[in-house]
Design a binder for this molecule. Structure first.
Ligand code: ATP
Length: 233
């Protein structure tokens, strides 16, 4: 279960405070696929960054699979992130000086399991359909291929939970559909996926939509018929 209790986030520009996440309590069950939608500036990425421990709430608690990540030290949080979650970004964040397979192997370097890194990374690239591009550098593959490599990297340490921030934002419709197929397949392999997206059509393919407005969750577009109870508490 991914659970937040009354989380709050403010940003300041030095003069005034911007209340970006307002007292959000939510619960997302494991092995579900949830979309976070809402207008630009509504707080989607900020909420996602809090859920994956990239950022800290000003107030409130965040529990991921029984871990209160808001109680973790920086060091523990980094270790937890590397082992327990995968993150996919809109702009891929691949290291340009490493080949695709080296990018996928990178998180394994910081894991307790360093065995068979290359064959595990090759298996992940095969899973995302990039077995023939393993030795290419990111600058020489397409946007869709970069994102598939980024997903393979997010899966490097076989985390139960994947967070994705606008993973299809830089892709055309066909590539976006391919990325969605991958996420849906991963959900069927019992991964828990939380994805920020502007795209209501893509969001409609998930189990549940969490709709944000002005830092709060509001009742949004209907969830897909196979919704499995992700929601608010
Ligand atoms: N690091 C930061 N410092 C200051 N303000 C920030 C920071 N990050 C986000 N904000 C502000 O918080 C608000 C919410 O931003 P956020 O990126 O979470 O929105 P969003 O819904 O993801 O928007 P978009 O769809 O455009 O990415 C915005 O007003 C933004 O300017």
């Amino acid at each position: 279960m991914i659970k937040t209790e009354n989380i709050e986030k403010y940003f300041t520009n030095g003069n005034e405070w911007n209340h970006v996440v307002k007292n959000i309590s939510l619960a997302i069950p494991l092995t579900s696929f949830t979309a976070i939608t809402g207008k630009s500036g509504s707080g989607k990425s900020t909420l996602l960054n809090l859920l994956c421990g990239i950022d800290q709430p000003f107030k409130g608690r965040i529990h991921i699979n029984g871990n209160d990540i808001t109680s973790f030290s920086k060091r523990k949080l980094t270790k937890w992130r590397n082992a327990e979650i995968g993150i996919v970004f809109q702009s891929f964040h691949l290291l340009p000086s490493l080949t695709l397979i080296e990018n996928v192997m990178l998180p394994m370097e910081f894991s307790s399991n360093k065995k068979n890194k290359k064959s595990r990374a090759a298996g992940l690239l095969q899973k995302v359909g990039l077995e023939n591009k393993a030795n290419m550098f990111p600058d020489y593959v397409s946007g869709g291929e970069k994102q598939r490599a980024a997903i393979a990297r997010a899966l490097a340490n076989d985390p139960p939970v994947l967070f994705a921030d606008e993973p299809t934002g830089n892709l055309d419709t066909e590539n976006a559909a391919h990325i969605m197929e991958l996420f849906l397949a991963l959900k069927n392999e019992n991964k828990t996926i939380v994805m920020v997206t502007h795209d209501l059509e893509l969001a409609g393919k998930t189990d549940k939509i969490i709709h944000m407005k002005d830092g709060q969750i509001i009742e949004g577009p209907a969830a897909a018929p196979r919704a499995r109870g992700a929601g608010f508490i």
